[in-house]
Design a protein around this ligand. Structure first.
Ligand code: FAD
Length: 454
């Protein structure tokens, strides 16, 4: 039942298609995932042609490129980045880095978005990726084209792109890496009566800084990473903040200036917000920190047998491979992960599939495996909306990808420091970023300064 991609796409077929006999790979997006994909494709020049990286904007970095502007850019594109001005990373640089590319050792552990953008630009430069990026080029369609229609025939991909300054182009590839990110299209919950709300309704995607909200009453909806961080920023800027969320109890205590409330269930005719416990509040701003939708406008899910819901992309074998089309790879779909480390392993596993080092199971077995994983999580009580959250599962996942692809697994120090930062965040969500760490060796880290009292 084991069929490698070369089973679908024999060397003979490939060499007929590319005079070089090498595979052509398209990468959609030049954020951290797309740059990592390009870097590893370039390092396999014996089997792969240099990649074509399509990037709709004029620069690399994706969500780390901070844009003060909200809404749409000059060329009419929706602003991609969801960064806010004073954001500091929620992972220390020692955990966040690509394992083969450390951050500048002079930087503190918790970084600004400028630091991360600078890092990604340096990564791009160091690996000479820029010549392979088509900037200002938006992928409009990615569709499979069958080369051989009989069973097991090779599938290639047609990528149709549009230059932001006009002109369409169609190119064919043997494989496509989707690295388009999933923190750009706001998820807007439906709140009955919202049309009666008299204040401003906005999503965290368009939040940049707290000053405009000083002395205003703001209800922040959602206590995820952004909801909590933004609530702190707003309270410090003297806004009156109510953090409304679905959790029975937050894993940490909030400062007195931030009130908590259960979810908003409706807006009353007089414009006030009605919470689940029957309480009511007037607010000038309703700030939705309600997450983002998965969004692949360039794919036809029906044609691919792909289910895309706002919180789910399925079925994916190893959260990465579409079983029916095993040369299409979705990079970084999961949440609650160490993103750069995650990309590092997923991309090298995918490349090991392309060069035949990893033999993928058959379509049916990959489907079954994805379904088994879904059942495992469901039986553990994981809600459908959280199926793509990895948390502590990520470590075994990296080991499994690494083992299959013949790569060293992550150093144990990364997991240990990640868990320590989680503890510090719960103990002191406002000040945990003041701490600095140092990696001593593959298993040990060291605290460089103690956290201050809240
Ligand atoms: P993106 O960075 O979103 O890049 C996708 C790229 O694809 C963009 O450049 C976009 O323009 C391009 N693109 C999209 N569609 C098309 C198309 N059709 N055609 C051509 N180009 C296209 N991670 C951490 O590790 N630490 C943190 O502290 C952290 N904090 C975060 C805070 C916020 C507010 C957000 C939103 C995310 C945070 N993340 C953090 C997660 C972050 O998303 C990842 O670190 C990582 O940057 C994701 O990279 P990506 O390449 O997958 O996506």
């Amino acid at each position: 039942a084991l069929v490698s991609l070369f089973g679908f796409l024999s060397r003979e077929q490939t060499s007929k298609m590319n005079r070089s006999g090498k595979l052509r790979v398209a990468v959609v997006g030049a954020g951290a995932a797309g740059l990592c994909a390009a870097r590893h494709i370039l390092s396999r020049a014996d089997t792969l042609e240099p990649p074509v990286v399509f990037e709709q904007s004029a620069r690399v970095g994706g969500t780390w490129y901070y844009e003060e502007r909200v809404g749409t850019s000059d060329d009419g594109r929706p602003i991609h980045s969801s960064m806010y001005r004073d954001l500091r990373t929620n992972l220390p640089k020692e955990v966040m880095m690509f394992p083969d590319f450390p951050f500048d050792s002079h930087l503190p552990s918790f970084l600004t978005h400028w630091d991360v953008q600078q890092y990604l630009e340096t990564y791009c430069k160091s690996h000479d990726i820029t010549p392979h990026i088509k900037f200002n080029t938006m992928v409009e369609e990615v569709k499979p084209i069958s080369m051989e229609t009989d069973k097991g025939g090779a599938v290639r991909w047609e990528v149709i792109s549009r230059g932001m300054h006009g002109g369409h182009s169609t190119q064919t590839f043997d494989s496509v890496f989707i690295c388009s990110g999933h923190y750009s299209v706001p998820h807007l919950p439906s709140i009955p009566g919202i049309e009666h709300f008299k204040g401003k309704v906005m999503h965290s995607h368009s939040y940049r800084c707290p000053e405009p909200f000083a002395h205003q009453s703001v209800v922040v909806l959602g206590a995820g990473a952004s909801g909590v961080d933004i609530s702190f920023e707003l309270a410090q800027a003297k806004a009156q903040v109510i953090l409304s969320h679905t959790k029975t109890a937050l894993p940490f205590s909030l400062p007195l200036e931030i009130q908590q409330a259960p979810p908003v269930v409706k807006v009353l005719d007089n414009g006030s917000l009605f919470f689940q416990d029957g309480s009511v509040a007037h607010a000038q701003v309703l700030l939705l920190c309600t997450g983002y939708n998965y969004h692949f406008p360039f794919l036809c899910p029906k044609q691919l047998g792909l289910e895309v819901q706002h919180h789910l992309v399925a079925p994916l074998y190893k959260y990465l491979v579409l079983p029916a089309f095993p040369s299409l790879f979705f990079i970084g779909i999961c949440k609650n992960i160490c993103p750069f480390l995650h990309f590092h392993y997923q991309i090298q596993f995918a490349l090991a599939v392309l060069d035949g080092t990893v033999q993928l199971p058959s379509h049916e077995l990959m489907d079954e495996d994805a379904e088994r994983e879904r059942q495992r999580k469901t039986q553990m009580g994981v809600q459908v909306k959280h199926l793509l959250q990895m948390d502590s599962d990520q470590w075994d996942y990296y080991v499994s990808l690494a083992t299959a692809a013949g790569l060293p697994p992550p150093n144990p120090v990364i997991q240990s420091l990640y868990e320590e930062v989680g503890r510090q965040r719960r103990a002191n969500p406002q000040a945990y970023r003041e701490i600095n760490y140092r990696l001593v060796n593959a298993t040990e880290w060291q605290l460089l300064n103690a956290p201050s009292e809240q």
